[in-house]
Design a protein around this ligand. Structure first.
Ligand code: NDP
Length: 332
């Protein structure tokens, strides 16, 4: 192959992105310089945080540049190497997705073992989203056995793993919310004690029915009405791991909820935001534990795979609309 296709940011979206936000561009396949490798990407990770990087605002991660390739997690095969420790045929994990061929400094790539787990797992359950679930639940929210846990976005990459780890770690009751009856059925099959479709009525009422005695831990992937309902349902000394607020990523107005923050005082609640990147010290423990659960069949994970780099924009738009079950990926 001599040509490479990649997805560029063509315009900064106001509100919801569209197909016009993206542009498919053809370039030459790069050649590696000293210390570099070229990787033929096989799977790309599609992640909600990318929406924030499309805005030209100061944040914890730099905005995407206009008319330049997007990036994100990817796995692929080394096809050319000028770096010690990497040879053609090696499978690597790295951060230059959204293109067919990535030119990388070798130190920005990590070799993974394709015999230990399917390569896609390194982008999801054994990768960034799995660690987010693990660190958020066990470190940030410090869930204890016997507690009642509520997770929103529960059928997604992070949420589905949160609910299952909560059960594996002895939670008394695990409740999930998701955006369709089919997703609710899937949550029950994954072992959630109760699950509801947030389109089916006010979250506050559905949560009260699912957890009549209240909740101790809330893992927030959504924000807004979900966060307000969780604060209302929390028992004294409840904790929220604030992971994401996808309900407002495309909003053009400030969110209406939560309106009940004063409850934090009397109930002595803790709402703690976190970034997975700050929890790298847990990685070895996380991989050991999660790989064991996967091997023993105690942890299941879903993937939604969209075929072809030209369909990566559609995959991203679909993720924002809830078309994924589990981890959203593009097969290059
Ligand atoms: P998911 O696999 O959960 O995909 C996103 C899901 O969000 C969709 O499938 C959709 O499911 C749901 N959703 C979209 N809009 C709404 C809405 N208005 N209200 C409720 N749900 C909505 O993505 P991830 O698992 O990768 O990420 C989950 C969350 O975690 C995101 O908020 C993300 O930004 C955050 N995150 C944070 C990290 C950190 O370090 N803090 C690291 C990784 C992720 P449905 O059909 O149920 O609506």
């Amino acid at each position: 192959m001599t040509t490479n296709r990649e997805i560029h940011l063509a315009a900064r979206p106001q509100g919801w992105p569209t197909e016009d936000t993206f542009r498919l561009v053809t370039t030459d396949v790069p050649t590696p310089g000293p210390g570099q490798i070229v990787v033929r990407n096989t799977y790309l990770s599609v992640d909600p945080y990318m929406r924030g990087r499309m805005n030209d605002v100061k944040s914890y991660v730099a905005p995407f540049a206009l008319d330049a390739p997007l990036d994100g997690g990817a796995v692929g095969e080394v096809v050319a190497s000028e770096a010690d420790g990497f040879a053609p045929g090696d499978t690597v994990l790295h951060g230059l997705g959204w293109r067919e061929y990535a030119l990388l400094d070798a130190k920005a790539a990590r070799t993974v073992d394709p015999d230990l787990a399917p390569v896609t797992a390194y982008l999801g359950v054994l990768g960034m989203t799995g660690l987010t679930a693990y660190a958020g639940l066990l470190d940030v929210a410090a869930m204890k056995p016997g507690e009642t846990v509520f997770v929103s976005g529960a059928a997604g990459a992070v949420g589905s793993v949160v609910g299952q780890i909560a059960k594996l770690k002895g939670a008394g009751r695990v409740v999930g919310s998701a955006g369709s009856p089919a997703k609710v059925d899937r949550l029950k099959a994954l072992g959630f004690d109760a699950a509801f479709d947030y389109h089916g009525g006010p979250v506050r009422e559905q949560l009260r029915a699912a957890a009549p005695d209240g909740i101790d831990v809330y893992f927030d992937n959504v924000g807004g009405e979900h966060l307000e309902a969780a604060i209302g349902a929390m028992r004294p000394h409840g904790r929220a791991a604030v992971c994401g607020m996808i309900a407002q990523y495309n909003a053009t107005e400030p969110p209406a909820a939560p309106r009940n923050l004063a409850l934090l005082i009397g109930k002595r609640l803790t709402l703690r935001g976190f970034l997975v990147g700050d929890h790298g010290h847990l990685r070895d423990q996380f991989v050991r534990e999660v790989a064991g659960w996967l091997r023993d069949g105690k942890l299941a994970y879903d993937e939604t795979v969209v075929d072809g780099i030209e369909n990566a924009p559609a995959a991203f738009l679909g993720l924002l609309r809830g078309e994924n079950l589990g981890k959203m990926l593009v097969k290059v």
